[in-house]
Design a protein around this ligand. Structure first.
Ligand SMILES: Cc1cc2nc3c(=O)[nH]c(=O)nc-3n(C[C@H](O)[C@H](O)[C@H](O)COP(=O)(O)OP(=O)(O)OC[C@H]3O[C@@H](n4cnc5c(N)ncnc54)[C@H](O)[C@@H]3O)c2cc1C
Length: 453
C-alpha cells in the first residue's frame, strides 16, 4: 500500500488551494490529491458555457499548480476511509495510507424530490462536473423552451445566459417575491428581476412549482401552484446545493445541524489529523458566530489558505472571526454585490442596525460614455457605527467596491473612520471625489444614527 504524508480528497477550488499552499510550506512532505474526473471546470464560469464562452474547453480548471509545486494526482473516487488505520480505499480497488487526510469533497445540487416529476428525463442540474455539463450542452442546443427553477445567483446567471439565444424562450420561476433574495434586500433584488426581464428572461417571481409533467418519461411542462403551465423541453433545477459528506459521515466524522463536517477555526475535525475545507465544511456567521452554510469559492479558498499554512502547526493565526458572505454577480450588464449582513438577515438575527444610502453615477461628469447608475446601501451598528454589511448595484467597479466594504467589516471599521477614507478617483473609473459613493453612504448613516439618538 502506497503511503503519503498528506492526502486531499477533491480537486475543486478548496482542494487545489489547500494543496498548493500546504505543499509550498512543506516541500519535504509527500502529497496526493484524488479527483473523480480527469477534467475539472471553473465552477463559477459554468453559466457562461451556455453562451458567452465559445466552448466548454474555455472553462477548464485543474490541479496543474499543485503538480508544479510537487504534488501527485490520482483520478479515482475515494469510497472508504478507515480513520483507525489511517487508510483509504478507492473505486478502482487501490488502497493508500496517509499521515493527514483532508476532505475537500465540496457540494452537489439538491434534487427537488418533493416535486412530482423531478426524475423525468431533461430535468437537469448545474453540477460542477465536466462530463455532466458537457452532456447537457447538446440538450440546451436542442431545446426551444427552457425553464430554470430557482432565482438565486446560479439560476439567475444561467437563465440570463440562456436567454441570449434568440431561438429559445427562457422562464425563471422563483418562489420568493424577488430573485437573489438571499443576498439582497427587496429594493436591490427587484432591480435584479428587472435586469433579467430586460435580458429577455420571462421572470415569474412569487411562483411555486407544483409538478413537472411529461410523457414517455420526458419533461414537457412545468405546472405552477397557481395553475399556470409553462411549456418546457428542458428544465434546470437550481434550488441550492448540499455538502458532500457521506464519505466523512461513514468514516465517523461529526456533522453540524446543516450537514457540513464539523471543524474548528483551523479546519480541524474532531479526529486527529483529519481536516475538512470548502463547501463540505462548517462555516460560522461573521456577526453571530452561529453555524452557517456559506458555499462560495471565495470563502472556500480563504479557508484553504488557512488550512494550507497551518496543516502541520498553527503558524499563521486566522485573522477573521467568522465567515463573511461576500458575493457579486452581473446580470445583463449590471453588477449586484453584497457583503455581510443585509436588512432581512440582520432582522432575523435580531441585530440592531441603521442604514446609510447613496445613489449616483459611476463616472464624473455623468455624461461620459459608459456611465452607469450606482446605488449603495451600508448596514451599520447604531451603537458604535461599525459597518456590518453592504449592498451595491452598478457597473463593473462595484465588483471591487464590495471588497472595500468586506475589508471594512472584517477590520471592524466604523462609518466615522470611513467618512474620511482616502480614495483614488478618476472620471472614467469612479464616482466623483466630491461625492464618493461609499463615503456619502457613511455620511447618511451618521445622520441616521444622530437622528435616532
Ligand atoms: C454555477 C456556479 C457558479 C458559482 N459562482 C460563484 C462565484 O461567482 N463566486 C463564488 O465565490 N462562488 C461561486 N460558486 C460556488 C463555488 O463554486 C463553490 O463554493 C466552490 O466550488 C467550492 O469549492 P470546493 O473545492 O469546496 O468544492 P467543489 O468545487 O464542489 O469540489 C469538490 C471536488 O471534490 C470531488 N470529490 C467529491 N467526493 C470525492 C471522492 N469521494 N473522491 C474523489 N473526489 C471527490 C468532486 O468531484 C469535486 O471535484 C458557484 C457555484 C456554481 C455551481
Amino acid at each position: 500500500m502506497k503511503s503519503y504524508d498528506v492526502i486531499i480528497i477533491g480537486a475543486g477550488p478548496s482542494g487545489i488551494v489547500t494543496g498548493v499552499t500546504a505543499k509550498k510550506q512543506n516541500p519535504e512532505k509527500s502529497f496526493l490529491m484524488i479527483m473523480e474526473e480527469e477534467k475539472g471546470l471553473v465552477p463559477c464560469g459554468i453559466p457562461y458555457i451556455f453562451h458567452d464562452l465559445d466552448d466548454i474547453s474555455q472553462n477548464l480548471m485543474g490541479p496543474a499548480p499543485f503538480v508544479k509545486a510537487g504534488g501527485d494526482v490520482l483520478v479515482d473516487t475515494v469510497t472508504e476511509v478507515d480513520t483507525r488505520s489511517n487508510t483509504l480505499q478507492t473505486g478502482s480497488g487501490a488502497g493508500y495510507s496517509y499521515g493527514k487526510l483532508i476532505f475537500a469533497t465540496g457540494s452537489i445540487p439538491t434534487r427537488p424530490a418533493f416535486i412530482k416529476g423531478y426524475d423525468l428525463e431533461n430535468v437537469e442540474y448545474i453540477k460542477k462536473s465536466y462530463s455532466y455539463i458537457n452532456g447537457v450542452i447538446g440538450k440546451v442546443e436542442a431545446s426551444e423552451n427552457i425553464v430554470v427553477i430557482g432565482g438565486g445567483f446560479i439560476g439567475a446567471e444561467v437563465a440570463e445566459q440562456l436567454a441570449k439565444h434568440s431561438d429559445k424562450t427562457v422562464t425563471l420561476v422563483e418562489m420568493e417575491n424577488h430573485c437573489l433574495y438571499r443576498a439582497f434586500s427587496a429594493d436591490f433584488a427587484c432591480l435584479a428581476d428587472e435586469c433579467l426581464a430586460n435580458a429577455g428572461v420571462n421572470v415569474l417571481t412569487g411562483s411555486t412549482v407544483k409538478e413537472l409533467q411529461g410523457s414517455n418519461g420526458k419533461v414537457e411542462s412545468v405546472l405552477l401552484v397557481d395553475g399556470r403551465s409553462i411549456k418546457a423541453d428542458l428544465v434546470f433545477s437550481a434550488i441550492g446545493y448540499k455538502p458532500r459528506t457521506e464519505l466523512a459521515e461513514k468514516a465517523g466524522l461529526q456533522l453540524t445541524s446543516n450537514g457540513t463536517i464539523r471543524v474548528d477555526k483551523y479546519m480541524r475535525t474532531e479526529k486527529k489529523d483529519i481536516y475538512a475545507v470548502g463547501d463540505c465544511s462548517q462555516t460560522s456567521g461573521f456577526i453571530t458566530g452561529r453555524t452557517d452554510n456559506i458555499m462560495l469559492a471565495s470563502t472556500a479558498t480563504a479557508e484553504a489558505r488557512i488550512l494550507g499554512y497551518n496543516l502541520f502547526s498553527i503558524s499563521l493565526l486566522r485573522s477573521f472571526s467568522g465567515t463573511l458572505s461576500v458575493f457579486s454577480t452581473e446580470l445583463n450588464g449590471y453588477v449586484f454585490a453584497s457583503a455581510g449582513a443585509i436588512e432581512q438577515t440582520a432582522r432575523e438575527a435580531n441585530v440592531d442596525y441603521v442604514v446609510g444610502k447613496f445613489k449616483d453615477i459611476d463616472r464624473h461628469p455623468a455624461s461620459l460614455p459608459g456611465a452607469k447608475e450606482i446605488i449603495i446601501k451600508i448596514i451599520v451598528s447604531p451603537e458604535n457605527g461599525e459597518i456590518i454589511g453592504g449592498e451595491i448595484y452598478g457597473g463593473k467597479s462595484v465588483g471591487e467596491m464590495i471588497n472595500i466594504i468586506s475589508l471594512a467589516i472584517q477590520k471592524y471599521v466604523t462609518v466615522y473612520e470611513l467618512v474620511s477614507f482616502q480614495t483614488g478617483t478618476h472620471p472614467l473609473l469612479t464616482t466623483a471625489p466630491t461625492k464618493y459613493a461609499l463615503v456619502k453612504a457613511c455620511e447618511d448613516a451618521i445622520a441616521n444614527i444622530k437622528a435616532g439618538s
